[in-house]
Write a protein that binds this ligand. Structure first.
Ligand code: ADP
Length: 450
């Protein structure tokens, strides 16, 4: 029994740095708020880790949008091409998914955009679109310096992309050049849209209170409607503009260093962008499984798991995907299911082992959800103060498989947010196909404007 107590103590020591107190979260909230203010200021923008990018989207939908549009969605797991018909009686969509091989996402920009054009042409053929030139909204979910709705200079790749010759270029121009190479004349790009913005817009079509977009999938990011007079980086004082926060990069300037654990440092070091997207690497689907894997290895190393037996398969990068966390954490799921997952990794798990693996998963996903909530708390509190309200009622449009499929992630986000921002009544609405619908809605609003 004494040995068990000692073991429990050692496990707690390993996991303690991953357990955040309310004070920790309050501090993260405050830091996020500070970074937001720095990012919005013209003089201070360059020093902020959250770059608060203007999107040139000035309104959420009013429900009166109409027309037929093409939409592209690049930046998620798959590349998609969609046709979206916005009508008086709602939105109809048709879409195709296309795999972009890693060799292409990490090859040359020319090859990447050629590939995209080939997919568009394939889609137009399949949909029998003939020579119809439809306005196109391009959901491009990487950080861009937007100079207008249809002009977006790529600042940096994230989420495993690294195609050469694209950073510093206008992605609309890159697409148009690819169209020329393919002698495709009917391309009319009217808007570049971040997926957070698409998500906000698509939820906003059904809910006028939706003024925040949140993604927790492969990566994480958020956007919200800001008052123009607070946006120092764009001319004009009137009205509002949606700001793409690019909050995945929060902490890249070192302000979160005491939150990072040794496990986070190892995971970061092995990515193709070490030192970058540090907040994202604590939260999103591309990384949580890896964090868990490294904790498990450390526990084995300390003889606290699997009786200290070496686990060669567990040494393999990415062998423990984030969807395992969802399966393992499902409430009431027999531990046999956990054992089965571990068996596939050639791990013989005892009852205690399975319990501990579950605890590790819970600790990592809870931390992720709470950090996400701390970020959101900074956003809703800023919006409340902007409007001089005692109480803000607002909706967050959300997308991303981790948020949608994990058994407790969304609950943890909502509970923690309630605690950190008690003056805000926040509703979460899951978007369906926000990237596609949202891009079309931005295009629709844009076309109505001309
Ligand atoms: P994207 O953000 O690229 O558009 P998704 O929203 O589908 O794509 O998110 C993909 C991420 O979700 C992957 O990193 C994957 O690890 C994670 N994921 C997939 N299935 C699950 C699941 N059942 N539970 C939690 N995370 C999952």
């Amino acid at each position: 029994a004494l040995r068990l107590v000692a073991q429990r103590h050692e496990v707690d020591q390993v996991l303690a740095p991953l357990r955040l107190s309310r004070d920790d979260l309050k501090r993260v909230q405050g830091l996020m708020r500070r970074e937001m203010d720095l990012g919005l200021g013209q003089e201070t923008n360059a020093t902020a880790s959250v770059c608060m990018l203007p999107t040139y989207v000035r309104n959420t939908p009013d429900g009166g949008e109409q027309g037929k549009f093409l939409a592209l969605d690049l930046g998620g797991t798959n590349f998609r091409v969609l046709m979206v018909e916005v009508g008086a009686d709602g939105i109809r969509m048709a879409s195709e998914s296309y795999v972009i091989p890693t060799a292409v996402t990490q090859g040359t920009g020319e090859a990447l955009f050629n590939h995209i054009m080939e997919c568009i042409m394939d889609f137009q053929l399949k949909q029998d679109l003939g020579d119809q030139v439809l306005p196109l909204g391009f959901t491009f979910s990487f950080p861009c310096q937007q100079l207008g709705l249809d002009k977006a200079v790529l600042l940096t790749w994230t989420k495993g992309f690294s195609a050469s010759g694209c950073v510093g270029k206008d992605v609309v121009q890159l697409l148009r050049e690819a169209a020329q190479r393919k002698q495709h004349l009917g391309l009319k790009v009217v808007a570049v849209v971040n997926d957070t913005v698409g998500t906000m817009m698509s939820c906003g079509y059904d809910d006028p209170k939706c003024e925040i977009g949140l993604i927790v999938g492969t990566g994480t990011n958020a956007c919200y409607m800001e008052e123009m007079h607070n946006v120092g980086t764009v001319e004009g004082e009137q009205g509002r503009m949606c700001i793409n926060m690019e909050w995945g990069a929060f902490g890249d300037n070192g302000c979160l260093d005491d939150i990072f654990t040794d496990f986070d440092l190892v995971v970061d070091k092995k990515t193709i962008n070490p030192g970058k997207q540090r907040f994202e690497k604590l939260i999103s689907g591309m990384y949580l499984g890896e964090i868990v894997r490294h904790i498990l290895l450390a526990l084995v190393d300390k003889q606290l798991l699997f009786r200290g037996k070496p686990c060669p398969k567990l040494q393999t990068n990415d062998i423990f995907p984030t969807k395992f966390l969802s399966t393992i954490e499902i409430d009431g799921l027999g531990l046999r299911k956990v054992q089965a997952i571990l068996e596939d990794l050639e791990l013989q798990a005892s009852f205690e082992d399975s319990m501990l693996v579950r605890e590790v998963c819970q600790t990592v996903s809870k931390r992720a959800a709470q950090l996400c909530a701390a970020g959101l708390a900074a956003v809703v509190e800023k919006m409340r103060q902007n409007q001089g309200l005692d109480q803000l009622v607002v909706t967050v449009g959300v997308d991303g498989t981790l948020y949608k499929l994990h058994p407790c992630f969304s609950q943890h986000v909502q509970q923690t947010l309630k605690d950190l921002a008690p003056k805000c009544i926040v509703t979460f609405r899951q978007s369906e196909d926000g990237s596609g619908k949202g891009a079309a809605l931005v295009a629709a609003v844009a076309c109505r404007g001309v």
